[in-house]
Write a protein of this length. Sequence first.
Lengths: 90, 393
Amino acid sequence: MATVKIPPVLRPSVGGEKEVTASGSDVGEVLRALVTDHPQTEAQLFSDGELNRYVNVYLNDEDVRVLDGLQTPVGEGDTLVILPAMAGGA
Amino acid sequence: MSPSGAEVLKQIKAQIDEVDPADVKDGLVNGVVLVDVREPEEFEAGHIPGAVHVPRSYLESRIENAVPDREAHVVLYCASGNRSAWGAHALKELLGYRHVESMRGGITLWKDRGYEVEVPRALTKEQRERYSRHLLIPEVGVEGQQKLLDAKVLLLGAGGLGSPAALYLAAAGVGTLGIVDNDEVDLSNLQRQVIHTTDRIGVPKVDSAEQTIQAINPDVDVVKHAVRLDASNIMEILPGYDVVVDGLDNFPTRYLLNDASVRLRIPVVSAAILGFDGQLSVFAPYEGPCYRCLFREPPPAELAPSCGANGVLGVLPGTMGLLQATEAVKLIIEQGDPLIGRLLLYDALAATFTEVKVHRDPECPICSRDPESISDEEMGVFPDYEAFCAAAG
């Protein structure tokens, strides 16, 4: 099981949790497992099966886009960080 | 009968190694640490280029900051070679520096030989006192303080992030603080926007901020831009600033800022806050990734709570704004590892910092190109987001 860190804007879609666990052998599988458990997250993460361009996903501290994208292997104990942009400053 | 001071000095000089200015001049290129042990006034009147300044009276207590390695080759000098002889003796006998020498004849002989002397611009007596805690740390010192006094920092917003950043940048002696804000102080701001006060409700934020900054530090020149930053004014406001501190509250202006700052090659210290969470990174054009490398496009309104009124822990912008101020100071004094190519995530509730890597995108629509090729028309452009936000309320 991998740990998935949920950003503030997605927390309402996962029952307020900041972290959930999801299983899968690569990034895509883990995220789809997340979507299966929490269907409201789907539209926020995916469009036409691709990760939305405004959402960054990091495997531990590395952007999966510079790894193998959704095919990047995920091991036991890895952490996925989901990170949409935030703009608040005031 | 006790020996005279002159006799003791003679004995001291016999116990230490002295070196001729000519050898010091030649040795400077070979990694010798040259330490000026004179008083601050003497150092400021002119010193040997590259010398570190540790006054004789503080030599034993502060030499480890300047020269941590006791195996280093250290040469001390003063005006004529006496104080440096005492100092060399102390470093050798008391602190165990193995390769320490005193320069014979001091800077007087150095000057007589016609060697180069560097005359720093002097701080006033009041500035030496005001910034004394900066002057005591080698990473800042007189040189760094002078850089701060010469620096021009633009604060985008005198709000949650801009308030604490402005307070500390002013206190640090940043010579020019530009502030862009077209808002007025509101009661609901005061939970976090600490540069403003209750009696200034209704006052333009740039005026309120200026009042506080001047009260902290009259050295600071405040430049007020009481406008909303947009495509029509950004290229007039940004040029001339060394660093931009981004405390903007919306995506369209963040993208506009990114594109303009890349075009002008001005580094941006960027932070964003929401609830109990903060993000921080430094975007240094062409040196590291830009904002568009990190977030190619803004999220839709339902994922962008900055569009509407959202809550934030009052202390959080303080934490993030001061991290921004710290990064801005580091960029100005050119010390440390700036947060370039890294995004810091702060979770205040969990009290955790997480860091992720940010890479330059070789296909970045902005920073993969020459700055000259970025046109006015395309800056900040993406699908009509402001209308989207308005629709989402």
